[in-house]
Design a protein around this ligand. Sequence first.
Ligand SMILES: Cc1ncc(C[n+]2csc(CCOP(=O)(O)OP(=O)(O)O)c2C)c(N)n1
Ligand SMILES: [Mg+2]
Length: 320
Amino acid sequence: MMGLGKEKLLLLYKQMLSIRLFEDRIYQLFLQGMIPSTLHQYQGEEAIAVGVCAVLNEDDFITSTHRPHGHAIAKGIPMEKIAAELFGKVTGCCRAKGGSMHIGDYSVGMLPAIAIVGSGIPIANGVALAFKLRRTKQVVVSFFGDGATNNGSFHEALNMGAIYNLPVVYVCENNFYGASTHISKVMKLENIADRASAYGIPGVVIDGMDVLEVYKVATEAVSRARDGKGPTLIECKTYRYSGHSRSDPANYRSKEELEFWKSRDPIVLFKKRLFELNILDEEADKQIKSEVEREIEKAINFAIESPSPPLEIALEDVYA
Ligand SMILES: Cc1ncc(C[n+]2csc(CCOP(=O)(O)OP(=O)(O)O)c2C)c(N)n1
Ligand SMILES: [Mg+2]
């Protein structure tokens, strides 16, 4: 299966499940008032973060958005550090200075997430330019939404990435909405990937619900970037099951639309595939699920028991 062994396939499955169950559990805790501020959740989009990050080395970097929990888990930030950050605890990956929308950890190659829509793309270029000048062979992946591709920053960044042949891959998570606005109201193109041709780089449309397809296309794009051949734009068609943020009931979309996408759930589809390949059965599936649940509970307990940040650190990490 695309050079992927049984262990790696099961790891992809476990990571997708970790993101789904982590997000579901975090939502419950949010409803209990245990998490300050709002959340932008990743349920439904798991195959993208997992399929792409599975191709990357630990010292490759990603940039993320206001919807970063899935990217963080897939890039390898321990769930303890993510949960603690969400709870505003000093043991969080940004020592409680980031919160949900700024999750990141340099030690595993994730820049603190950038919630200004579209702004992560030029920043990814900057990191990629540094890698290029240092000749390190590291690659950067920039994740962003469909909405971000209507920002000037997207267009400037793609042009610049193209002309400098930067080692960067642009991954668009097209979930068809920017907040409450359907994509058809803000874009005449059917495929965002078509925009790549304006900058002379490859643009590919893929099924963002199929983790193996994501993995395959990301493998090609990352190799291309690593070999100095420049960027690729990958458009992943996907859907977010939640509203835009947790204060959004998503009344602007139909039940049928949501049901359609849920019938193509990335985890269910991949589970079916693994069953067919005799890599997974009900027993093993149960085991993986309970292992994931245990890890999540451990992470949440760690977050709850961790101390709040001391006042003294408020002025640390501040440039003057
Ligand atoms: C420059 C800028 N404009 C507006 C916002 C408010 N805002 C936050 S997320 C969002 C929608 C982004 O949609 P998309 O890029 O498709 O990402 P998705 O939420 O669908 O993952 C908006 C308008 C912002 N954070 N930054
Ligand atoms: Mg969107």
